[in-house]
Design a binder for this molecule. Structure first.
Ligand SMILES: [Zn+2]
Length: 249
C-alpha cells in the first residue's frame, strides 16, 4: 500500500499570498512559492477578459472591474511571509522571462543567480524552479542540473490527468491541475476516493493567488478554502511541499 500526498505551488509572490498562506495554515496545507529575486516590490495588474488574463502596467479606468492587483511583495515582506513552517521557497526566474530561446548565459542569469539569491535571502538551499509560462529549453535544463535543482514545474494540461501517479520526467514536473480549473473540485474528490493500492499517488495543485481575487465560483478564496477543507477532512493524506514530494521520486 502506498501513501497519498497533497501539495500546492503558487507563483509570482504577490500580496494575495498573505491571505492564501493563512488559509493553508488553517487546514495544515503545505506548499511551495515560486519567486523572482529581481522583481521584489514590482507593481502591475492582471487584466482579465473572459478566460484570458494579461499583464497590464495600468488600469483602464473605463473597466476597472476587469483588473486585479499583481503587487509583488517587497524583499523584507517576502522574507517575513515565506519564512513559514508550511512553506518552501523556489525559483521562478530572476526576471520572470520566457525561457524558450535562452542562451546558456541567459539561463545562468535567470536561473542559477535566482537560486543563489533566494538561497542567500532565506538562508536555505533552494532546489526547485517553476518555468515562467511553462517555458524552457535544453540550456535551461542544463543550468538547472548544474545548480543542484531537484525538480522544476511545468504548467498543467487543460484536461484532467488519467491517474494520480507522480509525473516527473527528469527535472520536469507536470502538476495535476490548476486550483481554478473547472474540474478541480471533482478531480480532487476522485483523488480522495482513490486508494493508493499500487504505490504512492499525489495531487499537485498550482496557480497564482491573485486569481483568488477574481471572486468567481471556481476562482476565489472561498473556493480554495473549500478544496483545502476537503483535503484536511481526509485522514489518509500527507501534506507536503513540492520539494518534500519530489525529493522522494
Ligand atoms: Zn509566473
Amino acid at each position: 500500500m502506498g501513501e497519498k500526498f497533497f501539495t500546492v505551488s503558487f507563483d509570482d509572490g504577490t500580496g494575495q499570498d498573505v491571505r492564501l498562506i493563512s488559509i493553508m495554515e488553517k487546514y495544515g496545507i503545505k506548499g511551495t512559492f515560486n519567486l523572482s529575486s529581481g522583481l521584489f516590490g514590482k507593481k502591475s495588474y492582471i487584466r482579465r477578459v473572459g478566460d484570458r488574463a494579461k499583464s497590464a502596467s495600468q488600469i483602464d479606468c473605463a473597466h476597472p472591474e476587469e483588473y486585479v492587483d499583481h503587487f509583488i511583495l517587497s524583499k523584507p515582506d517576502a522574507l517575513r511571509l515565506y519564512s513559514h513552517p508550511n512553506v518552501e521557497v523556489a525559483s521562478h526566474g530572476t526576471h520572470h522571462l520566457v525561457q524558450t530561446d535562452f542562451t546558456s548565459e541567459q539561463a545562468h542569469e535567470e536561473i542559477e543567480r535566482d537560486i543563489q539569491a533566494l538561497s542567500e535571502l532565506f538562508g536555505c538551499r533552494v532546489t526547485g524552479h517553476a518555468f515562467p509560462k511553462g517555458s524552457y529549453n535544453e540550456n535551461v535544463l542544463s543550468v538547472l542540473r548544474n545548480s543542484g535543482a531537484v525538480y522544476a514545474r511545468k504548467v498543467s494540461s487543460n484536461q484532467p490527468p488519467e491517474d494520480f501517479s507522480v509525473i516527473k520526467d527528469g527535472l520536469l514536473v507536470t502538476p495535476t491541475c490548476r486550483h481554478n480549473a473547472p474540474f478541480a473540485k471533482e478531480l480532487l474528490q476522485k483523488f480522495l476516493d482513490t486508494p493508493a493500492m499500487d504505490g504512492d499517488i499525489a495531487f499537485h495543485m498550482w496557480g497564482h493567488s491573485y486569481e483568488l481575487d477574481y471572486g468567481t465560483d471556481i476562482s476565489s478564496y472561498e473556493r480554495i478554502e473549500e478544496l483545502f477543507a476537503m483535503v484536511a477532512g481526509a485522514k489518509d493524506i500527507v501534506c507536503v511541499t513540492n520539494g518534500e514530494l519530489y525529493r522522494r521520486f
